[in-house]
Design a protein around this ligand. Structure first.
Ligand SMILES: [Zn+2]
Length: 473
């Protein structure tokens, strides 16, 4: 019998071993819900890793792994896959302060200071028009605008917040949503007692939802009494709900507070025991004395709204100083009536440039810091840094895919410079929130854009009629 040549036996064995090990690798690959593979991943993790040819595995709404594409493809498999080669992948943006239905008042009254704008136009327009239907139509328009612009989490304060929560959950967007508490009759509640009863029901209904964090939102220290502010704090302590409010927005607010209460708004709020690490304070344009130290010590989140503050000439918040003194600072658009859009790309660009020109120091806020304000720092300002703000294992899968092939982004040298100074909202191509794709290749998947536009336009006519044409400047 002729013996089988030795080399042939070795070859066959080698092939068998390779086949076997491939099969084991395949069976060892963990199945996940979604794979995002290829492209440059800007993680915003502790080390601020930027992964050139990266991949992300997502399962049950959370990130299971982030790393080089080859490793992700070796370890994970999924039927749902997005090929992101040549794109930039970032965490979703966080709009730390807005009043989403106010998109329906966009451009209604511009070029005024805060007091005149609020008392002559916004409060009367709200008194005559804000209904649950108004809030739903406005929320849908705002949500569509936010998704298109890559905002995956927003912090809101308005009326009928339960309806806003419903629209937000349907759109698949994450929200810290605060029902307004204010000491005069408003659209949904006529008294403080009614407001507190509403918020009790609202928080009970949404607590524990994957996307909605129900909050209580006392409008400001000058529109809510000390007694009512203390009740808000007690409610937040009991329910764990965050507190969303406006603090120290204008010089007038500061002066009135010093005159009436003998302290700045921040010092007053601290004196009455209101401030803690569940408070999210919008603006803080005029901190005095030890206010910044108080905000840092109490763990208060501060949301800076540069475009709204500029437009109403409210002043320039000392953001670089607050950041240097470890205040949790985030970034927001404020309502669209004072901005006039919900575009976080513009806000990032503005925050860097405003503080450069104001301080005379071009290094005072870098592009990377501006991007942090809209992502990981913004998450901390909302007290959500354990869940969102970066692309890391264990965090919620809120992910943007950004087209890198638009003229305004070519060529690319530094990814943060590109994101902050050159990227436009329209460059956002795909948006994933909590592991669900809500926009794919610039097509909204959870909202009907045609209907939204038509409904919003119909409201414009009703608003003009309600105010009388002479009221619209
Ligand atoms: Zn506001």
């Amino acid at each position: 019998m002729r013996s089988v040549p030795k080399f042939a036996f070795i070859r066959v064995s080698l092939i068998l071993v390779t086949m076997l090990s491939n099969a084991t690798a395949q069976t060892r690959r963990q199945p996940v819900d979604l794979l995002v593979v290829g492209g440059t991943i800007v993680t915003m993790d502790q080390e601020r890793r930027v992964i050139p040819d990266g991949g992300i595995a997502v399962s049950q709404g959370r990130i299971v792994a982030v790393g080089p594409r080859a490793e992700i493809e070796r370890d994970y498999t999924s039927r749902q896959r997005i090929n992101t080669a040549g794109k930039v992948i970032t965490p979703g943006l966080i709009n730390g302060h807005t009043h989403v239905p106010m998109v329906l008042f966009r451009g209604l009254a511009d070029d005024l200071d805060l007091q005149e704008w609020l008392t002559k136009y916004i409060f009367p327009a709200e008194a005559k028009n804000v209904t649950e239907e108004f809030v739903r139509v406005g929320a849908r328009l705002g949500l569509a605008e936010m998704i298109r612009g890559g905002t995956t989490t927003y912090c809101d304060m308005y009326y009928f917040e339960d309806a806003i929560a419903d629209e937000t959950a349907k759109a698949g967007v994450r929200g810290v949503l605060g029902e307004t508490i204010i000491d005069f009759p408003v659209a949904d509640n006529k008294t403080n007692a009614e407001g507190m009863a509403y918020v009790e029901k609202f928080v009970t209904r949404w607590k524990g939802h994957a996307l909605i964090i129900p909050a209580i939102a006392p409008h400001a220290p000058y529109t809510v009494s000390e007694q009512h502010l203390k009740a808000v704090r007690a409610f937040a302590d009991r329910t764990g709900a965050p507190i969303v409010t406006h603090v120290s927005e204008t010089k007038k607010e500061l002066d009135d507070s010093v005159k009436d209460k003998g302290a700045s708004p921040v010092a007053y709020l601290d004196r009455i025991g209101f401030l803690n690490n569940r408070v999210i304070a919008a603006h803080v344009v005029w901190p005095q004395g030890s206010d910044i130290e108080i905000l840092a010590r109490r763990g208060v989140g501060v949301v800076h709204n540069p475009q709204s503050n500029m437009k109403l000439a409210s002043g320039v918040a000392p953001v670089p100083k607050m950041m240097a003194e470890n205040v949790l600072v985030g970034l927001g658009t404020d309502g669209a009536a004072s901005n006039n859009d919900l575009n976080m790309w513009e806000e990032m660009d503005t925050v860097a440039k405003l503080h450069k020109v104001f301080s005379g120091d071009p290094k005072v806020i870098s592009a990377q810091q501006a991007f942090e304000l809209a992502t990981i720092r913004g998450a901390a300002a909302l007290h959500l840094e354990k869940d969102i703000g970066s692309l890391e294992k264990g965090k919620r899968a809120d992910i943007l895919v950004i087209d890198r092939d638009t003229l305004n982004q070519i060529p690319l040298y530094n990814v943060y410079s590109d994101l902050v100074y050159a990227t436009k909202a329209s460059d956002v191509e795909t948006v994933i929130i909590n592991g669900r794709i809500v926009m794919r290749n610039r097509r909204l998947l959870t909202l009907n854009e045609t209907t939204i536009k038509a409904e919003a336009r119909a409201f414009r006519d009703r608003i003009i009629k309600s105010l009388g044409t002479s009221a619209v400047p």
